[in-house]
Design a protein around this ligand. Structure first.
Ligand code: GAL
Length: 430
């Protein structure tokens, strides 16, 4: 083992020398250099490829351009909500030593995957030198590290357990748009009214959005403590509480649009925006979609915590990495500087629907929905999202997603539960 490490280190040193001499021959004076012969390009890999997500990215890029005249942003985005396609593309690029200058990764368990695979650099020194340890909340910093080393720079905080609803559709179904529902049962009764009125009660899209719905149902029925226990082994996936939650999930899924497999989250949220569906459960990137469509919060649409999860903030954070072998480390650092900056976080999060991770960012101009998220983030209990990398590793999430996808075609609660039990046995930290 030691011999392998030593020869690996020697190999890396040789590679570094090669890279340095390659750059040395280039007198273009560009920062960063890299294999591209002095390129100042900074390829940023995300899945914010279109619509309101791209608008969020564009807002961040605008700040980057202002702060960094010497570097050129290159958009490496791969479409597909929640990174459903991007993560596969990224995995093969990392395997073939073709990393972008930086890539999007979720704080929490997902980050651990890249750390353990040796694919991202530790950033603790950078955090210390730049004073970033004081910029981000302690709990968030903890989720960005392993063995005391920090590995990425958070760009935002998103809330996953949110219901979005079209006020007119609710009124047409005889429901009060300002109503909130204390439990999933109460909410299901409201969904039935929408069904009777001939509209889609609950819009949903492809597999990952179903996992997203499932996680919020588990949170609603189990409560925060037992939900947390699903990830640390203290809650039994085979238990009756989980069975009851899966039955609620089955009931909800029956009340969704039948074309769900051909849609992504933007399409499902759009069904609510357009008044074809009453409700959608989605993270608060949906806020950006309503805003982009010119809709007014609390008038055209309402948003509230998934019934049964009031007082809990189901959390995720996007963050940016320094890949091992970045083609342009100085360019990566410049991007990370912008991501961390109050200015970058204000512009990005205002457009993205999320809230800043940087505690010095000014949120006075943020919209009314985002003010509710700030309030909840500050006061509520925080739990980790499954569908967005905070709670479980990529491989665990992949197995859950396969089980959920299968359930979508066979509606077999017992089989779903068995598969979830098996996934936990395979992947849960011992
Ligand atoms: C999440 C990501 C969000 C948003 C969403 C939908 O995983 O953290 O920023 O992009 O996917 O694509």
């Amino acid at each position: 083992m030691r011999a392998t490490r030593t020869s690996l280190a020697a190999g890396l040193a040789a590679l570094t020398l090669l890279a340095v001499s390659a750059c040395g021959g280039d007198d273009g004076g560009e920062a960063g250099g890299g294999g591209g012969g002095g390129s100042a390009e900074v390829e940023v890999f995300t899945w914010w490829a279109e619509g309101s997500e791209k608008e969020g990215l564009d807002a961040l890029v605008e700040v980057f351009d202002t702060q960094n005249a010497d570097f050129e942003f290159v958009n490496g985005a791969v479409a597909g909500g929640a990174g459903s396609d991007a993560k596969n593309v990224l995995a093969s690029r990392l395997q073939t030593n073709d990393p972008p200058a930086t890539f999007q990764a979720h704080a929490g368990a997902e980050l651990t995957d890249y750390i353990e695979a040796g694919q991202i650099e530790g950033l603790s020194t950078m955090f210390e030198e730049k004073g970033w340890n004081e910029l981000f909340p302690e709990g968030l910093l903890e989720r960005l590290q392993q063995d005391g080393e920090i590995y990425s720079v958070p760009s935002n905080i998103h809330r996953a357990n949110v219901v979005w609803a079209n006020s007119s559709v609710l009124q047409e179904a005889g429901l009060d748009p300002k109503a909130t529902y204390a439990s999933l049962d109460e909410w299901i009764a409201a969904l039935e009214k929408v069904e009777a009125a001939g509209k889609i009660p609950l819009s949903i899209a492809t597999d990952w959005t179903q996992v997203h719905l499932l996680e919020t149902v588990l949170l609603a029925d189990l409560g925060a403590e037992a939900y947390n226990g699903l990830w640390d082994g203290t809650t039994d996936w085979a238990g009756a509480e989980v069975t009851a939650a899966l039955e609620d999930y089955a009931t909800l899924l029956e009340m969704t649009n039948t074309d769900r497999q051909s849609l992504d989250w933007q399409d499902a949220t759009q069904l609510v925006i357009d008044g074809e569906a009453a409700f959608n459960v989605m993270g608060d990137w949906a806020e950006a979609a309503f805003a982009t469509a010119g809709k007014t919060f609390d008038t055209d649409y309402v948003a509230f915590p998934v019934p049964g999860t009031d007082g809990v903030f189901d959390f995720l954070a996007d963050s940016f990495t320094m890949p091992v072998g970045s083609p342009n480390p100085e360019g990566t650092e410049a991007w990370l500087d912008t991501v961390a900056s109050a200015e970058g976080q204000e512009a990005f999060n205002k457009a993205k629907g999320s809230i800043p991770a940087n505690i010095e960012a000014d949120t006075a101009e943020f919209g009314p929905y985002q003010q509710t998220a700030i309030e909840s983030w500050t006061n509520d209990e925080i739990v980790s999202s499954l569908a967005h990398g905070a709670a479980a590793s990529v491989s665990w999430l992949t197995d859950v997603t396969a089980a959920v996808a299968k359930f979508g075609s066979n509606n077999d609660v017992a089989e779903l539960q068995e598969s979830l039990v098996a996934a936990a046995e395979t992947h849960a930290a011992s």
